[in-house]
Design a protein around this ligand. Sequence first.
Ligand SMILES: CC(C)(COP(=O)(O)OP(=O)(O)OC[C@H]1O[C@@H](n2cnc3c(N)ncnc32)[C@H](O)[C@@H]1O)[C@@H](O)C(=O)NCCC(=O)NCCS
Ligand SMILES: Nc1ncnc2c1ncn2[C@@H]1O[C@H](COP(=O)(O)OP(=O)(O)OP(=O)(O)O)[C@@H](O)[C@H]1O
Length: 204
Amino acid sequence: MCVFGLTGGIGSGKSAAAAAFRELGIDVLDADKVARDVVCIGSDALKQISQHFGPDILLPDQSLNRAQLRSIIFNAPEEKRWLENLLHPLIRDKITAHLSQRLKPYQILESPLLLETNQANLVQKIIVVDVDKQTQIDRASLRDGVTRDEITAIVNSQMPREHRLNQADFIINNNGSAGDLKEQVLNIHHQLAAIVQAKARQND
Ligand SMILES: CC(C)(COP(=O)(O)OP(=O)(O)OC[C@H]1O[C@@H](n2cnc3c(N)ncnc32)[C@H](O)[C@@H]1O)[C@@H](O)C(=O)NCCC(=O)NCCS
Ligand SMILES: Nc1ncnc2c1ncn2[C@@H]1O[C@H](COP(=O)(O)OP(=O)(O)OP(=O)(O)O)[C@@H](O)[C@H]1O
């Protein structure tokens, strides 16, 4: 089974690219969604988070106060490390279990931290969605209704753009329109399908 990774910084357009792959009939597993599942109400991870940060990190319905945790971890690197040490192994285990169940010719793992974590060794090729920093900050702050400073703090905590681009097998430039993005996804889809076919022929 071929798995290809889709990554990029916050607000680069990963979800938009993932939607275009889904329109082409490809399965996309979203690591952000998996990350939300591992801290669902009543989970062991959520209990550990509330023991560490205090019960105020929970909302009245006992779910995680994500906005509060977000403002803590992107301003305190040691708290970010603590959270990642707890969650990243759980996220990886769930991703591995999901990927092993899937049956399509290839799958996409969409993950903001693909290259920062050992999730990178779950994939055979790396697709990076790239956008210039100003556009990234404009789009993400507009989408999330938060200040440009908040998004800048997250961008600065992530891998520098050049390092990410250096590791890319395919680059999607998302400075243009949604149509431009879709066109590039279609082009990459054809190349990935050719890789899958070549691999199948080798195994015959
Ligand atoms: C801090 C949390 C609660 C904020 O939740 P919120 O709903 O506001 O944001 P969401 O989870 O949708 O993430 C939005 C974006 O933030 C960025 N981001 C999230 N976690 C991290 C991190 N540890 N390091 C760098 N960037 C991150 C990514 O670009 C992500 O796409 C949440 O992001 C979290 O639990 N993060 C730790 C787990 C993790 O590393 N997830 C990344 C996927 S593997
Ligand atoms: N080509 C584009 N033109 C205009 N807006 C765009 C384009 N691509 C994405 N957007 C918008 O920019 C915002 C960020 O895109 P998206 O949510 O796909 O990013 P992401 O990489 O998945 O972000 P995150 O890491 O936070 O999950 C969204 O509001 C999206 O609708």
